[in-house]
Design a protein. Structure first.
Length: 112
């Protein structure tokens, strides 16, 4: 019985470390391919069979990625205390389907 608790604790420790080290989604901009964005599982607020939506900077930045084409649209709203302004960037996320599959598989619970 004691060994069962120890084994359970180790599995929980390893699974929490595995989720923390999930590979981020890497995307590059169309106009400036040297510029890359990394998106993490925690930033994804919605996904379906066709789209994934990421948010960061308290919702000021929203990124939509088409899962079928890998195309990215990133919208940034820079508001107060600055002069309100929008920035829209386009890019590509070449491995989006594979990365999201890994993220989804990492959420599947282990059998006891």
């Amino acid at each position: 019985m004691r060994y069962g608790w120890i084994l359970s604790a180790l599995l929980l420790t390893f699974s929490s470390h595995a989720q923390q080290s999930l590979k981020p989604l890497e995307c590059q901009l169309t106009d400036t391919p040297q510029d890359h964005f990394l998106f993490y599982r925690e930033q994804m607020v919605y996904h379906s069979e066709q789209f994934a939506i990421f948010q960061n900077f308290k919702g000021r930045v929203s990124t939509q990625v088409d899962l079928k084409t890998g195309k990215l649209i990133r919208t940034t709203f820079i508001g107060e205390p600055f002069e309100p302004k929008y920035q829209i960037l386009f890019g590509d996320c070449p491995n989006v389907s594979q990365v999201l599959q890994i993220w989804m598989l990492s959420e599947v619970p282990y059998d006891n």
